[in-house]
Design a protein around this ligand. Structure first.
Ligand SMILES: [Zn+2]
Length: 350
């Protein structure tokens, strides 16, 4: 029996720093005809993922790769997942997806991921990496760029850069971002997105127009030389921890505790995200590095068990376990009315 020659499945990496709007963008793309039958692998740092709760219809077409980063600690997990999905698709145990989208962790180095994918003969033979789309927060990105080598790596490897939250930035902030990004990566087209509204079609058109689009990206083209040690890929001292919150929480108290924690630390939280149970049902919560908190509702159709209720916290410079301890202590205290620095809360409309 011979295996019929099939064309490769296009694979797109969606990367970008913590809280830079990857999932919001992806959620809208999955509604578009271009990516309606895409398979998605979501890679998250913490042991309990949230992003699959934000993506509609996620159960069948979203695979969660938790508790590790596909550029280093979960590299093998990603290749194994791709191999398994390929066979499941072939044996009709998975939908016949025509795209493979990988949402990386916020600190992933896409060059390492692309390098790792080539180590699997099956993945190299059956999937074709057609590009790296990197999100860059119009306001926060400029502040974080000098601190995190991961952002520079993500930008340098980008085929297309999407400046996100363009609606919250001033024209001069966007102009500043544009000129900085052009210095880091001259070749990648810059696209703007406000509240994740950049259509998938626009990204695909931009990808095709770039020289790196629509063909396999080679390590030499993206400046990858030899083996990169795991500790060289990430800013030292980034850690994550999960605070389990099984019972119903009072949303206002939780928001206030998070804000207090974020403001008190000299090295503020990089990220907090999770699914919590409130008197009004389940809520998704996301704190971005700048301290803005988004509270939303999980996408319909998903299921969540009580074990996954809580917040994953990512820190740098202080252990995340300290942050979860402090947060637990703050929540145990009776609610106080004073809130020194009010960060904006955005209720997501889905
Ligand atoms: Zn990594």
């Amino acid at each position: 029996m011979t295996v019929a020659k099939t064309s490769k499945i296009p694979l797109l990496l969606l990367t970008g720093f913590l809280g830079s709007g990857k999932t919001t963008l992806l959620r809208n793309w999955l509604k578009s005809p271009e990516f309606r039958d895409a398979m998605v692998i979501v890679n998250e740092l913490g042991e309990i993922g949230l992003d699959h709760h934000l993506l509609a219809g996620a159960s069948e077409t979203t695979v969660l790769l938790e508790n590790g980063c596909a550029c280093c600690t979960a590299a093998e997990g990603l290749t194994e997942t791709l191999e398994r999905l390929f066979w499941d698709r072939l044996h009709r145990k998975a939908p016949r997806f025509s795209w493979m989208l990988i949402e990386t962790t916020g600190i992933a180095d896409p060059r390492s991921i692309l390098g790792n994918l080539r180590d699997s003969a099956l993945v190299a033979e059956r999937f074709e990496a057609v590009g790296v789309v990197t999100t860059f927060d119009a306001v926060e990105g400029m502040r974080l760029l000098p601190q995190f080598m991961e952002i520079r790596a993500q930008l340098a490897a980008a085929s297309v850069i999407v400046i996100t939250r363009a609606d919250t930035a001033t024209a001069s902030e966007i102009e500043a971002a544009r000129s900085t990004l052009a210095e880091v990566n001259r070749a990648a087209p810059l696209l703007l997105s406000a509240q994740g509204d950049l259509p998938a079609a626009a990204v695909l058109t931009a990808l095709q127009a770039t020289s790196s689009g629509a063909r396999l990206i080679r390590p030499a083209e993206i400046g990858m030389s030899g083996e990169i040690e795991a500790h060289d890929r990430h800013t030292p001292g980034v850690s994550s921890d999960f605070l389990h919150l099984p019972g119903p929480v009072i949303l206002d108290d939780l928001l206030q505790a998070l804000r207090a924690l974020h403001a008190d630390w000299d090295r503020p939280l990089l990220r907090a995200k999770g699914l919590v149970r409130t008197a009004n049902g389940l809520r998704t919560l996301q704190l971005s590095p700048g301290g803005a908190i988004e509270a939303g509702r999980p996408a319909p159709g998903g299921s969540a068990d009580v074990e996954s209720f809580g917040l994953t916290i990512i820190t740098q410079g202080r252990p995340a376990s300290r942050a979860t301890e402090e947060l637990a202590a703050l929540l145990a205290r009776p609610a106080s009315e004073e809130a020194e620095r009010q960060a904006p809360v955005r209720e997501l409309v889905t």
